[in-house]
Design a protein around this ligand. Structure first.
Ligand SMILES: [Zn+2]
Ligand SMILES: [Zn+2]
Length: 443
């Protein structure tokens, strides 16, 4: 089967890549000053959007950040999909996922606005279109160091295959991301893969998601991709400070047991405003808030930024506001593209002062700031039902395709066969109902 063959190829390439990495390390590579550059971009955006701040106040004995270095994670506002940028304390960058193909250009613009000219570590959690879709655009536009993806999560879809071909075309290879893989490490920090296990044969691409734990000082950030609660449970995770909530806030990825295990101070959900899946679900929000977590969601809050010096954590977002379940109540927030241009113009205006801003320490976290965090009371709305038509495993990962009144094929938007009738449907649903892909538009 095609998927297995690709998986074998991925595995076979791992040894070669390790050799390449060892050589690169031996040769040394000039460091970058990204941490400083990106710190300077933490300015109010052109729309006058406010930042809500929130901090944890762990008392830390004996931890001092080397040279006051910070780690920043950006949870990008990329519609119905995931993408996170992590700027590590040594200035190296890691991009985890790149949402759907139509978000690729916006992500590239955002990286450029932040002054990020190189992705040192590209991580694809799994082969679904809402995670890998924009990655080819990034790979084509931004210098990339190494690439990580679980071979078990490769899917036989046009989008995923297209990415693998693009990696090939760039003469690059993919490191198999499995439990125990160390993507990066340095003074006081590490980036480690917790899941899937090396011999995993997951039932779904979601459950083969790479789950990545980033530690700096005494702080920890967990990125879960679309893994279900069972998969995250199986990692036997401890408390984490910051959680990228699994699967866009679906009820299959967050439950009270997992929330109690992780007790995140800050939870970030990435999903699209008005998404058709009812993300984030009331169940996930309730479970997180029940353990006292502040909850951010890109659909409500825009891009969310979390910064730590290894001891204290501060979160900010583009739009303050309480996260509510479901799609119906969503109003639109600034798109990633408008955020990128806002950052670019703010940087241009602030250019002479940038050096000062870059070295300024993060604002101290106070109880006032904690109080300014999004309100934690669950809304008294009825639980949002996820549409029954979409299998839970695939919800949120599907491309939308179109069917006609009488045809037996499904089509990409704009196909000439859609002239007379056209009804949107998720690709998995179309396939489940026996529709075949159109050979003209090749959806
Ligand atoms: Zn997925
Ligand atoms: Zn997804």
């Amino acid at each position: 089967m095609r998927t297995e063959r690709v998986g074998e190829r991925l595995r076979a390439s791992v040894a070669l890549v390790f050799v390449a990495i060892a050589m690169a390390l031996a040769m040394g590579r000039p460091g970058t000053a990204l941490a400083a550059e990106t710190a300077a971009t933490n300015v109010p955006d052109a729309n006058g959007a406010i930042s809500g701040f929130l901090g944890t106040s762990e008392t830390v004995e004996g931890w001092t950040a080397p040279d006051g270095r910070q780690l920043t994670a950006y949870y990008l506002n990329v519609g119905q999909g995931d993408s996170e940028l992590v700027v590590l304390p040594d200035g190296e960058t890691m991009l985890i996922d790149a949402s759907t193909a139509d978000q690729g250009a916006g992500i590239v613009d955002y990286l450029s606005a932040l002054g990020v000219t190189r992705i040192d570590h590209m991580v694809v959690t799994h082969g679904d279109a809402d995670h890998v879709g924009g990655m080819s655009r990034v790979l084509d536009s931004v210098q990339t160091g190494d690439i990580w993806m679980p071979s078990a999560s490769v899917s036989d879809t046009k989008t995923c295959m297209g990415f693998l071909q693009d990696v090939d075309a760039h003469g690059m290879q993919i490191n198999d991301a499995v439990a125990g893989s160390v993507i990066a490490s340095g003074d006081g920090f590490s980036v480690e893969v917790l899941s899937p296990s090396a011999n995993a044969t997951a039932d779904s691409t979601n459950d083969a998601s790479a789950e990545v734990l980033v530690r700096y000082g005494v702080t920890s950030f967990l990125f879960t991709g679309d893994a279900s609660t069972q998969e995250t449970d199986a990692c036997e995770p401890d408390h984490v400070d910051v959680l990228k909530v699994g699967h866009h806030g679906s009820k299959t990825s967050t439950d009270p047991t997992l929330a109690r295990q992780l007790t995140p101070e800050i939870s970030v959900i990435e999903c699209g405003a008005g998404n058709q899946y009812g993300f984030p679900t009331e169940q996930a929000l309730d479970a997180l808030r029940a353990v006292g977590s502040a909850v951010y969601c890109t659909a409500d809050n825009g891009t969310v930024q979390v910064t730590t010096d290894g001891a204290t954590i501060a979160a900010s977002c583009d739009v303050a506001g309480t996260v509510e379940a479901g799609a119906e109540t969503k109003t639109s927030v600034p798109t990633l593209a408008s955020e990128a241009s806002a950052i670019a113009s703010a940087n241009a205006a602030a250019a002479p002062a940038a050096a000062d801003a870059a070295t300024a320490p993060a604002a101290p976290v106070t109880t006032e700031q904690v109080a300014a965090a999004p309100a934690a009371e669950p809304e008294a709305t009825a639980p949002a039902a996820e549409p029954a038509a979409v299998p839970a495993d695939d919800a949120g990962d599907d491309e939308t395709v179109y069917i006609t009144d009488s045809g037996k094929k499904y089509h990409a938007a704009g196909c000439r066969y859609l002239k007379h009738s056209s009804h949107p449907i998720s690709k998995s649903q179309a396939q489940a109902e026996g529709y075949q892909p159109c050979s003209v538009c090749n959806p």
